[in-house]
Write a new protein. Structure first.
Length: 201
């Protein structure tokens, strides 16, 4: 009977060296490297729409949106990951391990997918909350015009505001801007709803 082999522990420094040479992005947590899921065309379209509109509204405000190529470190938990969209406000704080890795996002936006939604809502959000700079979390559905905004108040409590419909606007309090859902979902074709099957009598 074969004995399962324990995965070797990888240091942060080893991970960063491997990541600089790798063709595909990987995350890092607790000594292990994990592959990042690939994104669908719709996922990429929603992300690029969000980056564009955030950039237009934040011009001259000292905050800059970045796409999924910017790595974020959560020093308190040791997670290195690549959010779909992150907004960094001045001054930028970079990782003690790597000058290309940011540690102080104000807002993070994730586009939900079937394979990542549970993690985005659960473990990933829990890690993000360990960042003292992190004030707002935006989850964007691919299935319908639905945006969920989680905002952290000064007392540390989080408030959820769901926004639905292409005519609605998401208020992003941490950045003091508004983001119309019609712009986030520009050119997006939503999947047809699955028809309900008749119940046999």
């Amino acid at each position: 009977m074969a004995i399962p082999q324990k995965k070797p522990h990888v240091t942060v420094e080893e991970y960063l060296i491997l990541e600089r040479e790798a063709e595909d992005k990987s995350g890092y947590y607790n000594g292990e490297i994990f592959a990042m899921a690939g994104a669908s065309r719709m996922h990429c379209l929603i992300s690029s729409n969000a980056i564009r509109e955030l950039g237009n509204r934040l011009r001259g405000k000292g905050c800059t949106p970045y796409g999924s190529d910017l790595r974020i470190e959560i020093p308190a938990t040791g997670l290195f990951t690549y959010p779909d969209v992150s907004v960094i406000c001045e001054p930028s704080l970079m990782s003690a391990h790597d000058a290309e890795t940011a540690t102080n996002p104000t807002l993070i936006l994730e586009v939900l997918s079937d394979s990542t939604e549970a993690y985005d809502r659960g473990g990933k959000f829990a890690n993000y909350r360990a960042l003292t700079s992190f004030r707002e979390y935006v989850l964007v559905s691919q299935k319908e015009p639905l945006v969920e905004v989680f905002f952290r108040h000064d007392d540390g409590t989080w408030q959820l505001t769901p926004i639905t419909g292409l005519g609605a606007t998401a208020r992003l309090q941490s950045l003091n801007i508004e983001l119309p859902l019609a712009e986030i979902y520009y050119n997006v074709q939503f999947p047809e709803p699955t028809p309900l099957k008749p119940v046999a009598s």
